[in-house]
Design a protein around this ligand. Structure first.
Ligand code: C5P
Length: 205
């Protein structure tokens, strides 16, 4: 069984997907990590994350060690990930790997295009969203929790810029699948979001 969890940045996808995976005994894949690690490799090589050749080469040569790096979170990694993610050859290079992961034992995958492109046949698709202000507040708290200095207005501006880039790209844009259940977590804490998602799951399985 594959469960697709998509949505904009800091909507609570990761927390929810991890909990669903634990509750259902399924592996979990944070597909954003693949794009983050690709972006990091490009930056390490001194190249521009918008450079299609440099980015595609980085995506094709990703190693497990790249995914375990400690510098995959934060504003620089966010924007590099979103830049490489707009490049068709990068997405193509990462597609089979994601599909194999899901097909092996079933999985919960979170990202932007799981329900539309990676697993359009997934029986359960959630599109997790929240207001931009609430998502920025959560991201700000997350940065603070990691001891990273951040300016709330800048966090909101960066989040909106990244969402706009993810929504407007030509390939696999961020958009709910036609058959996705939309879960707005603006007013929900992690526990309530999990309960709502489990209720949607029961309806669909
Ligand atoms: O989910 P996360 O914020 O870690 O993703 C980082 C970036 O990777 C996103 O802004 C998006 O551009 C890209 N991404 C994507 N498709 C996915 C997962 C992430 O394009 N399935």
């Amino acid at each position: 069984m594959v469960i697709a969890v998509d949505g904009p940045a800091a909507a609570g996808k990761g927390t929810l997907a991890r909990r669903l995976a634990a509750a259902l005994g399924l592996p979990y894949l944070d597909t954003g990590l693949l794009y983050r690690a690709t972006g990091r490799r490009v930056l390490d090589a001194g190249a521009d994350p918008r450079d299609p050749e440099a980015a595609a080469a980085a995506a094709r040569n990703l190693t497990p060690a790249d995914l375990a790096r400690s510098d995959l979170r934060g504003p620089e990694a966010d924007m590099a990930a979103s830049a490489v993610a707009a490049i068709p050859a990068v997405r193509a290079a990462l597609l089979d790997w994601q599909r194999e992961f899901g097909r092996r034992h079933g999985a919960v995958l979170d990202g932007r295009d799981i329900g539309t492109v990676v697993f359009p046949e997934a029986p359960v698709k959630l599109f997790v969203t929240a207001s931009a202000e609430e998502r920025a507040r959560r991201r700000f708290l997350e940065l603070q929790g990691r001891g990273t200095a951040a300016d709330p207005a800048q966090v909101l501006a960066e989040l909106q810029a990244r969402d706009a880039q993810d929504r407007q790209r030509a390939v696999a844009p961020l958009v709910p699948a036609a058959d996705a259940a939309v879960l707005d977590t603006t007013e929900l804490d992690a526990e309530a979001a999990f309960a709502a998602a489990m209720a949607l799951l029961r309806e669909r399985l």
